[in-house]
Design a protein around this ligand. Structure first.
Ligand SMILES: [Zn+2]
Ligand SMILES: [Zn+2]
Length: 145
């Protein structure tokens, strides 16, 4: 890739397509991500573009059952000439997927989660905890409305 960058800078090459499999260090990612992208000369600069999709398996944020999430990352950035020597596609790809990782993964958008009192999975059972008592914070909120 560094060789290609050099050729692009020197104008021997205008465009380079690539397709790579890269392992990413994102929690719950089992398979390497397939990256499709290009390096191209834009005036005197070099543009890096790529996209890839990653499937992650992580516990649901609410009920802790296994949930999966597919997310796509698409990048377009100009490379500074001084970056050429340290250019590391795997590192850039990793960073993108880590930064854009979904902050919340749910097994289902309607997941009711676990009861905070007895731990019952509210998607499967109903319990009586907390039904009689109301949260005093909400009472206060109501009085403000
Ligand atoms: Zn859930
Ligand atoms: Zn309960």
């Amino acid at each position: 890739m560094k060789q290609i960058l050099r050729q692009l800078r020197q104008g021997e090459l205008r465009y380079h397509d690539f397709y790579e499999k890269i392992s990413v260090e994102v929690e719950g990612a089992e398979d390497p991500v397939h990256i499709q992208g290009s390096l191209s000369r834009e005036g005197s600069q070099i543009m890096l573009r790529f996209r890839g999709r990653l499937l992650v398996h992580v516990p649901c944020d609410r009920c802790l059952k296994e949930a999966s999430y597919l997310y796509q990352v698409e990048i377009e950035e100009l490379l500074e000439p001084e970056e050429d020597e340290q250019f590391d596609l795997a590192e850039i790809v990793n960073e993108c997927f880590v930064v854009q990782r979904p902050s919340q993964v749910l097994c289902d958008a309607e997941c009711k989660g676990l009861c905070p009192y007895c731990g019952a999975d509210r998607n499967e059972t109903s319990c009586d905890c907390g039904r009689a008592t109301t949260d005093p914070r909400f009472d206060k909120l109501k009085s403000l409305l």
